[in-house]
Ligand binder design. Structure first.
Ligand SMILES: [Zn+2]
Length: 434
């Protein structure tokens, strides 16, 4: 019952959104544009870039009397549906969105949905086309609020109906020019492209420190902030060349708060955050790369010391904030969403690919501690300490172009391994019902 009330309230919100758009005397595409512009104005973003809402997932489920088509979005958008005959289709129009779908679309065996396609039109709006296995009547869409890390879900119920009834209701809305749109619908791919090419994984690279915070430094005076930016930019090039979407938390010598770095990764719905640092130690004999994931207590005193040092970045850049120490609750959220397992899996993979290219810390190269920058509940995150700048040989090595290129390729190989495994393990979406 509570769920039903939630649905009704959400549906009212949806209708209000729809009627606000309907008050405008403009064409549907103008309305969609306007909603898009209004949305961009009212939604506060941790990053400055203007962005489209993101379609995060699609699920199709068969219930007793209906087939349910669920679209998951980063924020609510205005949608409208209409139906077309010959062949029978349902069209869902919405403003320009970014497609960020995991797993292949369902292509059979799901009640009224034979398959679905999606795309973005040159007119600046996006569209789903559901190819139907049987004529349907489309119920009022419901919008469900985010729960447990999901996005907003818009639920379309498809009830079986007679072909004659479907035919009477079908047709292009009067404001859309049928011929242009028919051509565009036809141009949407009939068969979804293969999984590997459809998934464009989003990787956020976070070069540590910057601006007034230099981090540690080598005996010959190089600052950690310069070293890690150089390696990060190299990694960006390698990942872009492999087809990943890559965002940087900084790409120049500027200070960025730790919480802002996290917010950037979250706002891009990153599949992985890689924070890049270099280490220091009172003993100049210590060398080797290590990788950290988040924990509350820290695996050992050394790990805790590294976390303390890296967490002080905000203090050095004058941006320290109180109230960022709720690691226990973050860890709970991480475990609920499998984020911690994904982070650890990547850390292990990266150590094994990097082992061939550079010195690895001999004892326990994968450690954990309470790093502020790793605390995104939804984003698998690791922090790589490339090596010790306090060891003159290692500091010199880390400045060489050859070493940087090899290390960047080894990290990218681990990224490949991370997502190939996920794809092989089966589609991430496709839960049978809501
Ligand atoms: Zn650092």
């Amino acid at each position: 019952m509570r769920v039903m009330r939630e649905c009704v309230r959400a549906a009212v919100a949806f209708i209000l959104l729809g009627s606000a758009a309907a008050q405008s005397p403009q064409s549907a595409n103008d309305v969609i544009d306007q909603v898009l512009r209004d949305g961009a104005r009212t939604v506060a973003r941790p990053v400055q870039q203007a962005r489209e809402p993101i379609v995060m997932g699609v699920r199709v489920g068969q219930h007793d009397d209906r087939t349910r088509f669920v679209v998951e979005l980063s924020e609510p958008v205005a949608m409208r549906t209409f139906t077309l005959t010959n062949p029978n289709r349902v069209v869902i129009d919405m403003p320009l969105v970014k497609w960020h779908l995991e797993g292949p679309p369902r292509t059979g065996g799901y009640g009224a949905v034979r398959s679905y396609r999606y795309g973005t039109f040159r007119t600046g709006n996006s569209r789903f086309v559901i190819d139907l296995a049987q004529p349907v009547n489309v119920g009022e869409p419901m919008v469900l609020e985010p729960v447990n890390g999901s996005g907003y879900r818009v639920v379309f119920d498809l009830f079986p109906t007679a072909q004659a009834k479907f035919d009477r209701a079908a047709g292009w809305p009067s404001d859309l020019r049928a011929r242009d749109n028919a051509a565009q619908v036809a141009s949407l791919p009939q068969n979804p492209p293969p999984l590997r090419s459809r998934i464009k994984r989003v990787i956020v690279i976070d070069p540590g420190h910057g601006g007034t915070d230099p981090g540690t430094h080598s005996t010959d005076g190089q600052a950690e902030k310069e070293l890690v930016l150089g390696v990060s930019l190299q990694l960006e090039r390698v990942l872009l060349a492999r087809g990943y979407t890559v965002h940087m938390t900084r790409d120049s010598d500027v200070a960025v708060e730790l919480s802002e770095r996290r917010a950037i990764a979250q706002s891009w719905h990153a599949d992985l955050l890689i924070s890049v640092h270099a280490n220091s130690h009172p003993d100049p004999g210590i060398t080797g790369l290590s990788i950290y994931t988040l924990s509350e207590k820290g695996s050992d005193a050394e790990a805790r010391a590294v976390a303390k040092k890296e967490n002080e970045a905000d203090k050095r850049s004058g941006a320290e904030r109180a109230g960022d120490n709720d690691v226990a609750s973050i860890l709970l959220a991480l475990s609920q969403r499998d984020t911690m397992n994904k982070s650890s899996r990547f850390a292990e993979a990266a150590i094994s690919t990097l082992r061939n290219e550079t010195d690895i810390l001999p004892h326990k190269p994968h450690r954990d501690a309470a790093f502020v920058v790793l605390k995104s509940p939804e984003v698998p995150s690791v922090l790589i300490e490339l090596g010790y700048m306090t060891n003159p040989d290692e500091a010199r090595k880390m400045q060489s172009d050859g070493w940087r290129a090899r290390v960047a390729r080894a990290i990218a190989a681990a990224v490949d391994r991370q997502f190939m495994t996920a794809a092989e393990a089966g589609p991430a979406t496709g839960r049978a019902s809501e």
